[in-house]
Structure formats: C-alpha cells, structure tokens
Design a protein around this ligand. Structure first.
Ligand SMILES: [Zn+2]
Ligand SMILES: [Zn+2]
Length: 244
C-alpha cells in the first residue's frame, strides 16, 4: 500500500491494544468470534438490487434509481457493503464515536473483498482516496474513520492509498446532524484536490452515504483537478425510506 499516509492518530495506542487483545466476541451478536464480525453476521448482510450509480437499495433491477435518472451524479458508480440501518449502523457508531480505528480498518478489508467479488469490471484506480475531515475536526476526533476504511480496502486489494490528494478546506456541522435539504449547502465548495489527480482513475472511500452530497462535492473537486474517472465505495448506504 502507499506511501502517502497521514500522521498517526491520537488514539492509535488504544486501537493497537484492541487489535492485539481482541475481546473474542462478534461486535453485533456478541457470540464468540475471532473476527470482529462472526461469519453468521457477515452472511446476514442483506443482498439488494442497488442503483449502480449511487448504490441506493432498489426493489428490483434497474439501470438507475429515480434520483440518478433525474440528475446524474458526478461519480461513475458506487459500491456499498450494506445498509445504514439496524443492526449494521451500530458498527459505524463503534468505530466512529468509539475511536475504534482497528475495527474501521478491518471493515475496510471486508469492503475490499466485496468490491473484488461484486465489481469485477472496476479497473484498479491510480489510488484510493478517503473523504477527508478538516484539520480542526481531525484534531478533535483524533482519527478519520474514512482513512482507516480506505487503508483496509487498499491493503486488501493491493492498491495505493493517498490521504493527501483531497483536502477539506472548511467544515460545517457533521452531515448526520443536518436535514437532507441542508446537506448540499454544507459541503458545496468544501473540498479541494491536488493537481496529482490529473488524468487519474480514483476510488473515493467513505463510511456512510445518505444524500450523496459529500461524495458528489468531493468527486467534483477531483474532476475539477483533472481526474478522469471517480468511483465511490462506502461501507453503508442509507435506504431511501429513512427519514431526514
Ligand atoms: Zn455475530
Ligand atoms: Zn442512484
């Protein structure tokens, strides 16, 4: 995996301890498991038809979901490992708010396996790019869960990962704290990409996609810097019926 890595997270020591001393239980069902998710829970992942462009769960096969048919996103496709719904949303709470970087990295590996199996036509990107936090939020939170997911995925697939290609120049409230109508304005113009993106095929990684606005504006910044093709991989995709 790559060379361009961010400074060590503040909570790296705690994460390392957790990785070295796993509690031996599945994070979802609590049954004994050597991996953070037991194989039974891994198999319970719902298999939906999904919009190939934004990974929205659909009732059946369709070329695009209604939203993407109406307004084509800037990214060329999206892969989601599962739904942002119970019980899977607990995983995000554990790694995002419980400072569990090792869990995020392990789930990134799972996302990489999913990509290999379900998107065999996706050519290897020049690099995997995590959705960045602003410097201020990174300092407050101590680590960026999207970095850890991206590192896990990139390590699994043997692809380079570049945590410096995309920067966040300003940050409003977390998207999860806003209603859908406020989310586009919150991330519009928030990202800037390095000239190294020019001519590149890139894979953008984030933990959750709900409105798609974060991925849309991060992708637009990469395309403005000259990227050729940007696809997205998220751990969980919010189903359409979820309020907000
Ligand atoms: Zn389990
Ligand atoms: Zn769609």
């Amino acid at each position: 995996m790559s060379a361009r890595v961010p400074p060590p997270p503040r909570n790296q020591f705690a994460a390392l301890l957790r990785a070295l001393l796993p509690d031996g239980r599945c994070r979802l069902c609590g049954l004994p498991s050597r991996a953070p998710l037991c194989s039974a829970c891994q198999c319970e992942r719902p298999a939906h038809w999904r919009c190939p462009r934004c990974a929205l769960a659909l009732g059946g096969p369709a070329a695009l979901c209604g939203n993407c048919a109406l307004r084509r996103p800037a990214f060329a496709g999206t892969l989601a490992w599962g739904d942002y719904a119970a019980p899977w949303d607990r995983l995000v709470a554990q790694f995002k708010f419980g400072d569990d970087a090792a869990l995020a990295r392990w789930l990134g590996m799972l996302l990489g396996q999913c990509l290999r199996a379900e998107r065999p036509g996706w050519a290897p990107p020049r690099c995997v790019v995590p959705v960045p936090l602003s410097a201020a939020r990174l300092r407050r939170r101590g680590y960026n869960q999207a970095w850890e997911l991206a590192r896990g995925l990139a390590g699994e697939l043997g692809w380079p990962c570049d945590c410096t290609l995309l920067q966040r120049r300003r940050e409003g409230p977390a998207q999860s704290e806003l209603r859908l109508v406020q989310r586009a304005a919150n991330v519009r113009g928030a990202f800037v990409a390095a000239p190294l993106a020019r001519g590149a095929r890139l894979l953008l990684v984030d933990d959750v996609m709900t409105s798609g606005n974060t991925a849309e504006h991060a992708c637009r910044a990469l395309l403005r810097a000259g990227a050729d093709d940007v696809r997205v991989a998220v751990l969980l995709r919010t189903p359409a019926s979820t309020p907000r």
